[in-house]
Write a protein of this length. Structure first.
Length: 358
């Protein structure tokens, strides 16, 4: 049995828009190749094998937790593993990235997709969540995640990565009924997967819609938002939820209109403008440009201050990068960033924070 939620931690308090002693911070892709500990494990194991071995996945999840004073862990898994039990044959090819050998090409391919039973099909990630919760022993909360239906559909149709997924949008316009069928099936799979992650002990959930930004506002409203909304409705009241999309600045109002706890913002929009558009009664996550960690300490810290100041009027702020940690990031920079966010915000607690957290 997982231990109960630790609802007084700063991450959860910020998710709920409650005062915090210092701004919580975690980083998307905080586990990965920029860490020597990760590279040492990766030398001996292909990435899918690492994700499918729950002990190993728990080890990797805890690497950044042990190295940096982050306020949340995120389970080591990948958005693409959900597509495997549906019938898509996934391989991570070194130097090329993920590839599906049998991408979706027609409506018949969609109709052939299997439904997912997470407890058996994705038992490895659920077990990794249980092990990680035990090892964390309540120190910080554990975030589970899934890809959102549109981003999953992008990979399922494209059969791998793409710089813009133009061909996927072309397919979507040519095959509207098959695309709707695919989105329906993916939505059911994502809901089942995320509910199973909660059962296993995930204390918050992030939905990655990395490619939603490739859709226009009206196409997003029509072809993606209803499915994402259905997912947040299914999770409402269970654990805090976070939405993230890269390059999705034009979609922020639509996303904020969903029953989601936290709006993730990539590094492109200015924090002040985000709050002008969404209102201060919003909980935001983000949004330092990850490339600033490849810059100087001074430039990174200047960027950090702008993000902290820009989002300070918000009801809640979880500090994060505007996308994942870049592979060439020096780990010392991550440490400096985490410590500096804590140090800079510890001096200006919101009213009532000390009382609330003691
Ligand atoms: O060793 C390696 O090959 C490193 C690359 C790697 C890692 C560390 C991949 C391949 N996946 C992961 C783990 C992963 N993926 C996490 C772990 C938790 C964390 O520390 O944050 C998460 C949250 C993901 C999510 C993910 N996978 C996304 C959404 C987030 C984003 O970056 O936009 C996407 C799009 C993927 C697909 C994927 N997996 C891996 C790669 C290289 C890619 C991108 C493929 C492409 O579009 O070209």
């Amino acid at each position: 049995m997982p231990t109960p939620l630790y609802s007084s931690d700063s991450f959860h308090r910020a998710c709920r828009g409650e005062p915090v002693r210092q701004t919580p911070i975690w980083l998307m892709r905080q586990a990965g190749r920029y860490m020597a500990e990760y590279r040492a494990l990766r030398e001996h194991h292909p990435i899918l094998e690492m994700m499918k071995n729950p002990e190993c996945a728990a080890d990797v999840t805890l690497q950044p937790v042990n190295a940096f004073d982050v306020d949340a862990a995120i389970i080591f898994a990948d958005i693409l593993t959900l597509l495997e039990p549906m019938g898509l044959d996934l391989e991570f090819i070194p130097g090329r990235g993920p590839v599906f050998h049998n991408p979706i090409q027609c409506g018949e391919d969609v109709r052939r997709l299997a439904s997912v039973r997470p407890e058996t099909d994705l038992a490895f990630t659920l077990e990794a969540i249980r092990i990680t919760r035990e090892r964390l022993d309540g120190r910080i909360p554990l975030i589970g995640f899934s890809g959102a239906p549109f981003t999953l559909a992008c990979y399922a149709i494209q059969g791998g990565g793409s710089k813009d997924f133009d061909d996927v949008r072309g397919w979507m316009y040519r095959n509207p009924a098959a695309f709707t069928d695919l989105m329906d099936r993916l939505t059911e799979a994502v809901i089942a997967y995320l509910l199973a992650q909660i059962d296993a002990g995930a204390q918050a959930l992030q939905l990655f819609d990395s490619w939603a930004g490739s859709l226009s506002q009206s196409e997003y409203a029509r072809r993606a938002a209803p499915y994402t909304r259905r997912i947040f409705e299914a999770l409402e009241g269970a654990v805090p939820t976070i939405h993230f999309s890269a390059n999705g600045g034009h979609l922020l109002e639509q996303i904020a209109d969903m029953p989601v706890s936290v709006i993730g913002v990539d590094w492109r929009p200015d924090p002040g403008q985000v709050l002008n558009r969404l209102g201060r009664d919003t909980v935001v996550q983000g949004n330092l440009d990850p490339a600033l960690l490849l810059s100087s300490d001074e430039a990174m810290l200047e960027g950090m201050k702008q993000v902290l100041e820009g989002f300070s009027p918000a009801k809640g702020h979880i500090f994060n990068l505007g996308h994942g940690v870049i592979k060439t990031t020096p780990p010392e920079r991550v440490k400096l960033l985490v410590d500096s966010v804590h140090a800079c915000t510890a001096h200006a607690p919101s009213p009532g924070a000390e009382r609330a957290e003691s």
